[in-house]
Design a protein around this ligand. Sequence first.
Ligand SMILES: [Zn+2]
Length: 354
Amino acid sequence: MKTKGKALSNIKDFKLKIEEYKEAFKNASVKVKDEKSLQELRNLYLSRKKGYLRVLFDELKTLKPTDRPKAGQLINGLKNYIQKRLQSLEKRIKVPKRLIREIDLTLPGRNRYWGAPHPVLLFQEEIERIFLAMGFSIEDGPEIETDYYNFEALNFPPHHPARDDWDTLYITDDLLLRTHTSPVQIRVMEKQKPPIRVINPGKVFRKEAPDPTHLPMFFQLEGLVVDKDITFAHLKGTLEFFLRTLFLEKINIRFRPAFFPFTEPSAEVDIECTVCGGKNRECRVCGGEGWIEILGSGMVDPQVLKNVNIDPEQYSGFAFGLGIDRTALFAYEIQDMRYFYENDLRFIRQFAQK
Ligand SMILES: [Zn+2]
């Protein structure tokens, strides 16, 4: 600065000098990039001992006393300007770049993605409504079970070959992830005396590799009725009513003999293929069979009743079970069960209105 250090005696030159300082400060402030250079600039102008403003205040003495108030105002004006400018520089340097982006009002807004009720849960509720209307109640049970509740009480003795059909995930020798919801039947019968009319929906686990029709975790729904004079006719009537209500059609239903350790006699229940009606040999849903297996069922084995201290001479009952995911597959005409658990919102949202 040309005028720096020169002794002054008139206000005009002093004003010029202030302008020069202001100009020099402006140029220097543009170059400030970090906290260090900011601090250097602040010291250069505002330091109490050697800052330029200090020097300017000292130079007031060289002016005529009548010019001093005016000159003082000029210095204060410069000082205010410098302080404000330093403050805004400081804000810009200290705010992390990430935050600057977050408060950028010119950026497009962010969408919030809404979920939707899961199709398997929706379908489960649909099934529950039908049974609740028939006077059933809903019972729940633990997902980690003992060998006793999952197998033994249901008439699978240790080493019984039927155990092999259940690909069981064991936690210890005695604890396992339940392979079906049937243990809830035992728990219900232990604490409740007939008449019993319950359904037990819930998660079950099997040691299976996922493919279009198998999953290591899926949902089952089990039903149990125990009372005096319960016959196979009750079983048949209940399941026919249930299936016709669920599929909203006059579909054909057939019962096939089957074996389950905990029911005698036992039957598997098929419905006519809802996609091809048995007319397409290439049908992907029924495999050309024309029938789809929906339920396992049967009259509760007298031994199972004895295991929970219910007298089989006095009482009889029936039980049934179905895979909720598997049945939803047919009801919604979905090709692959794995879609249910990929959590693709485009898939899940489709069912919200059904
Ligand atoms: Zn078919």
